[in-house]
Design a protein around this ligand. Sequence first.
Ligand SMILES: [Zn+2]
Length: 298
Amino acid sequence: MRPAPLLVAIALVPALVGRAAAYVRTTTSTGTPVEWRGRCAELNLGAEQHPDFRHDRLRPLLERAIGNWSQPTDACTALSLTLVAGERARLRPMRDHLNTISWRLPGHCDDPAHHEDEVCEAPQAAAVTTVFYIDKPGDPNDGELLEVDVVINAAHNQFTDGDGGPDGALDLESVVTHELGHVLGLTHTCYTSSGRPAPQDELAARIPNCFPSISLPSAVTEATMYNFISPGETFSRDPLENEVEGICAIYADHPGTCRGEPAGCGCRSGRFGAGLVLPLLLASLLLVLRRKPCKRPS
Ligand SMILES: [Zn+2]
């Protein structure tokens, strides 16, 4: 089962403009919020290394991005993100019981075998997070988050950690912090095109269309979970207060001890656990917005 980008559309909801935006959660097809329920949220780092971000440089950056979420929520929830020691040799987002973060390196999409990979089909994405969760209405496990896979799109982007970097480079800590928001169950603060109904925020208000962006309130465009990032922007490193409150609200009762996969689970064929619960996929794109100078009509 190959992950597919989810692109959605909705008309702008004028009532949202002018008030603080609430956090927005990823939901199942029937609206159940997606969340970790007792599982450990551990991230495995892919073995492949970016030449400018060897693991000894990348790991501290990933730890900072994790801290951007875990430090402000440490007092309100037992849920924590952990970067697992060691690296894993795997490349494709797939349901394999491993939460991963890995690179798509320059030249990746030149190989015809990779043309259907997520960043090759969405070259405008800075990164793509694939979320596996249970989508079975009426089942007690409906909405349970099972696995996440994050890929960083260095096939089409250059990155910086804030210490120099090439022109047009994206702030990698900002990108990863945004993707970790998806890992925790949040989704974007505005809507792009799709056939699905508009998501609602936790106050049951429809979130706005991303376009025209000039109509969006700052609470949408300055959120860590805003859909777009431009070179030089670093505000995504710091989740807004309402985004932190969202993680606290979602995971206030999260147990302090983690459980593993259900006994007998052999999910590689697509079925999960002893029942007939199917893990579905949601791929979330953080899009790169490269602003061009305005041209006035002559
Ligand atoms: Zn995103």
